[in-house]
Design a protein around this ligand. Sequence first.
Ligand code: PLP
Ligand code: COI
Length: 342
Amino acid sequence: MQVDLNTVDWKTLPFGYYDTDYNVRCYYRNGQWGKIEVTSSKDISIHMAATCLHYGQEGFEGLKAYTGKDGKVRIFRVEENAKRIQNTANRVLMAVPPVELFREMVHTVVKANKRFVPPYGYGATLYIRPLLIGMSPEVGVKPSDEYLLLMFVTPVGPYFKDGFKPVDMMISRNYDRAAPQGTGTVKVGGNYAASLLSLAEAKKLGYSSTIYLDAKEKKYIDECGPANFFGIKGKTFVTPKSESILPSITNKSLQQLAEHLGYKVERRQVPFEELAEFSETAECGTAAVITPIKKIVDPVAGKEFTYGDGVNPGPVCTELFTKYTAIQFGEAPDPFGWTEVV
Ligand code: PLP
Ligand code: COI
């Protein structure tokens, strides 16, 4: 569906796919990256035996463009996403896109679709989805020779439909998302495939999403399906350190911001029982931004943890959310050098 810019209600825009004008592509062939191509085709011509289809040789990224208060369009920490897709590529033996190629493609795709960047004032953004896939036919388990790096964009509202409103989460005890020393620390599609069943079961029971425990001991908090986890204890921001979670750029930025605001930051193992000690908890990520959590239920262990008044976000999440998004939307100075104008 093409987003109808004349009738779209930016305030209620969901987090979903809409057709925009262009996407950009770059092929890796004969050992080198080619020229950036801009196309309006939504289709990819792909061999039926391509390694991405059979052996999951693929990775993706997610970042956003924001229309600022001054009317300028900014992107957030693009270099971090470039470095993370490099880690993903290295982990599943794909061609590694150079940071400058990644950055140029992001700028190109945003400029080409500028009319789809939501206007300032609605909290909506342009989500940028880079995708890297193995294209060559193979039947034995081996890496592809050829790759495609593609980027499309779609205007989005909040990932969880109510935006900056607390959600209920369920602990996933029956399914793991990723194993230590597996692929949890990189952004491959298989991790998300592994999360779909537990997410569907949690949604059926009325929860927004799941929280995974460490796969080895089931003792520590890992992360949420599409976002990292943090908890607040007094003036301390606590977030899990684990061998199976994605290093979130939002989380890294929030840690910097929290320190800047005078909080202590602890990145360490977070035992499940510690959920009882936090005054606030939340998930954080590009799509989720900061989504406060009001209740965490563990149906298998028969435990429940509640936070705040059950309606409103807590004061620390509110402070972090307000200051963080003010930088992204150009309402406040960017002392960390996180944003760049497109
Ligand atoms: N964890 C997982 C599994 C994710 O998919 C994401 C989203 O990219 C995050 C965490 C948050 O990462 P970031 O803040 O870089 O978007
Ligand atoms: C993101 O936050 O960018 C994500 O990738 C989360 C999800 C939509 C997969």
